[in-house]
Design a binder for this molecule. Structure first.
Ligand code: IMP
Ligand code: MG
Length: 183
């Protein structure tokens, strides 16, 4: 589909599925080179947005790893509220471990910075950040974003796990808010 409408807004195709998968394969190849068999890191997928990315990423990992989920929310409509709600907390012991945070998108960074500190406080030896998408013009925080599949401009996007007020997550492609048709 070239265009979709969610609630009151119109979106146009931005990143097709094959391009998403190719960027994930490249990212996984980099991780396969960086992680050794001895690490057994804990991948911590940040729900809901990261479910598709986590699934496609993990299929390409060749080292041993564990997977767990955490659920937080900071977005309301098309803007970050800056306030993070923990909906499903950490239920795995991270003491002394390498934890890889798996995010769909890093925007202002409020989410990733808070999760980073929470994991450090819980005793994680190392926290690695991995994201499908990064908005470099919005991210001004100090936590290093170690693995980025794709960088995008400061636009609002949906699809491939990402939502607009909880809908639009199921699309295999990524769509961008079409400012021209939402005047
Ligand atoms: P941050 O805390 O501002 O970095 O925002 C991170 C979270 O906000 C992400 O995990 C997403 O769930 C959501 N988010 C940020 N940008 C977008 C977007 O363009 N579309 C949909 N959700 C977004
Ligand atoms: Mg998210």
């Amino acid at each position: 589909m070239e265009r979709i409408t969610l609630h009151d807004k119109s979106f146009r195709i931005f990143i097709p599925h094959d391009k998403i998968l190719k960027s994930i394969e490249e990212l996984a190849a980099k991780m396969n080179r960086d992680f050794s068999q001895a690490d057994v890191p804990l991948f911590l997928s940040v729900l809901n947005g990261s479910f598709m990315f986590t699934s496609d990423l993990m299929k390409h990992l060749e080292f041993q790893c564990e997977l767990s989920f955490i659920k937080v929310s900071s977005y309301s409509g098309v803007e970050s509220t800056g306030e993070l709600k923990h909906i499903l907390g950490l239920n795995t012991d991270v003491k002394g471990r390498t934890v890889v945070l798996v995010e769909d998108i890093v925007d202002t960074g409020a989410t990733i910075v808070e999760l980073y500190s929470m994991l450090k406080e819980a005793g994680a030896a190392k926290v690695v950040v991995c994201t499908l998408l990064l908005k470099p013009d919005a991210y001004k925080r100090d936590v290093p974003i170690d693995y980025v599949a794709m960088k995008i401009p400061n636009d609002f996007i949906v699809g491939y796990g990402l939502d607009y007020d909880e809908i639009g997550r199921q699309y295999k492609d990524i769509y961008v808010l079409d400012t021209a048709s939402n005047q």
